[in-house]
Design a protein around this ligand. Structure first.
Ligand SMILES: [Zn+2]
Length: 467
């Protein structure tokens, strides 16, 4: 398998250091607002990466952090008179709902920043003892970039450029160098008020954003990761600062491979006709755009190229996955195939696997899949009774779709079913409120008829599909 490594600016062979398990850290969402589609392009690229790693027979141990304390979260909490967790818990639920809708496989761990403060403090203590960090007059602790020789190796930004680009804020006069970044921010009244302050050897405060990733990566994956992934917008300063902290504290390389997904461009996209202005997954879902179509759209362009969000492209992807769905049904229902189908299947497995392993070339794998569909459809049209040909075709299709996951179906049905169930439950609640128990019971029967079991709890009625 080959992957582009941002650190070396080259496509390189990849295998996990221990030969069996890929230890991968992926920067997760800041949970103050539902993640936008640009974030989900990154998460889908990471889902593709995860599935291709497994296709190679490796296990994957993926950690995705949830940033549940930062300036934006605190500002929103103050505005709404809430604590930070009252803001972040519901948004985290939305993130997982959107993630599941898009069929993004669950990472092994989703650690929260606020639950790893001691690990963060330990890194700052280490950096202090090694002379790489200092407490300034404003009581915050900063990383001293000038004392870390490798600074800038990932982004390859000239340090003079970094200096020129750094915004000189009022508190920057406390720092030794304007480029220095905060490891630990001294608590302000709004931090205390919203539950965003903790005790530390340097007084009350909260961690800087970069610090949380260094701490949680070390906690769950050790000092050296196989892969660190994220969006290109994180290369500088976030990932550069993670390297400075982790390598400064651990004295070991932080990640063997750095993978970055490009932007999804939504500016100027004319989405008005059918979709309106789409910002998040929820809008796509309510406009009836399937997860399969979104995945096809995102994978139709290589992850290191920019992608434009346009209504026509989503339409084209919806049509494309409908063909995939029709084919999947036809293949499942077929009672026999042809001998030719075995070689057509072998050809798909080879070209799609090669494409996936060539720096996640999903567009090429998609092209191979559609060629396979065209050829197998022609064989099925001819009719046949060959069982091996049919089995080979089914296996090849399952293997490639196991990575792309672009057959529309269950989740979309579920979305329609959910809204129907919610509507019925509202009607039942109203019937019970007016003590019309006959109607309420009839609705329960109606739900039961479609395999929905309900349970009345003090928090409301819960339901699940039981068959
Ligand atoms: Zn990070």
């Amino acid at each position: 398998m080959q992957l582009y490594n941002t650190l070396t600016r080259r496509v390189e062979p990849f295998a996990p250091a221990d030969g069996t398990t890929v230890r991968m850290y992926t920067c997760g969402p800041t949970v103050y607002n539902p993640a936008h589609l640009g974030n989900f392009r990154t998460f889908l690229f990471e889902d593709l990466l995860r599935r291709v790693l497994r296709l190679n027979g490796w296990k994957v141990e993926q950690v995705m952090n949830l940033t549940d304390v930062d300036d934006k979260i605190i500002a929103r909490s103050v505005q709404q008179g809430k604590t930070i967790s009252e803001v972040t818990v519901p948004v985290t639920e939305i993130f997982h709902r959107d993630r599941e809708f898009l069929r993004i496989e669950k990472a092994e761990v989703y650690p929260k920043a606020t639950e790893h403060i001691p690990e963060m403090i330990a890194i700052v203590e280490k950096l202090m003892s090694r002379g790489l960090a200092y407490q300034a007059e404003d009581a915050s602790v900063y990383f001293a970039i000038a004392r870390f020789p490798g600074y800038g190796k990932l982004s390859r930004l000239d340090t003079r450029q970094i200096r020129a680009g750094a915004r000189v804020a009022a508190d920057d006069y406390n720092k030794e160098d304007v480029r220095d970044f905060a490891l630990w921010k001294a608590a302000k009244p709004e931090d205390e008020q919203t539950g965003a302050a903790w005790d530390s050897p340097w007084g009350r405060g909260r961690p800087g954003w970069h610090l949380e990733c260094s701490a949680m990566a070390k906690r769950y994956l050790g000092d050296t990761l196989d892969i660190h992934a994220g969006g290109v917008d994180l290369i500088f300063p976030h990932h550069e600062d993670e390297i400075a902290q982790s390598e400064g504290a651990n004295e070991k390389p932080f990640a063997r491979m750095w993978c970055h997904g490009e932007f999804l461009l939504t500016d100027g996209a004319k989405m008005a006709k059918r979709v309106g202005n789409v910002a998040g997954v929820e809008e796509l879902r309510t406009h009836g755009i399937s997860a399969a179509a979104v995945r096809h759209f995102m994978f139709s362009v290589h992850y290191r190229k920019q992608l434009n969000l346009a209504e026509e492209s989503l339409e084209a992807s919806s049509n494309a996955v409908r063909r995939v769905g029709d084919f999947a049904e036809r293949l499942a229902a077929a009672s026999g195939g042809t001998e030719n189908m075995s070689s057509i299947a072998a050809e798909l497995v080879e070209s799609a696997t090669d494409a996936f392993n060539d720096d996640l070339n999903a567009p090429e794998a998609l092209a191979a899949l559609f060629e396979f569909i065209r050829m197998v459809n022609a064989e099925l049209d001819a009719g046949g009774t060959d069982q091996k040909g049919l089995d080979d075709a089914r296996q090849a299709f399952a293997l490639v779709n196991g990575v792309l996951d672009i057959v529309p179906g269950e989740p979309e049905l579920d979305a329609a079913l959910s809204s129907w169930v919610e509507e019925r439950l509202t009607a039942r609640r109203e019937a019970r409120a007016r003590r019309d128990f006959a109607v309420a019971d009839a609705i329960r029967g109606e739900l039961d008829g479609r395999g929905i079991a309900i349970e009345d709890t003090p928090q409301g009625t819960r339901w699940k599909k039981v068959r």
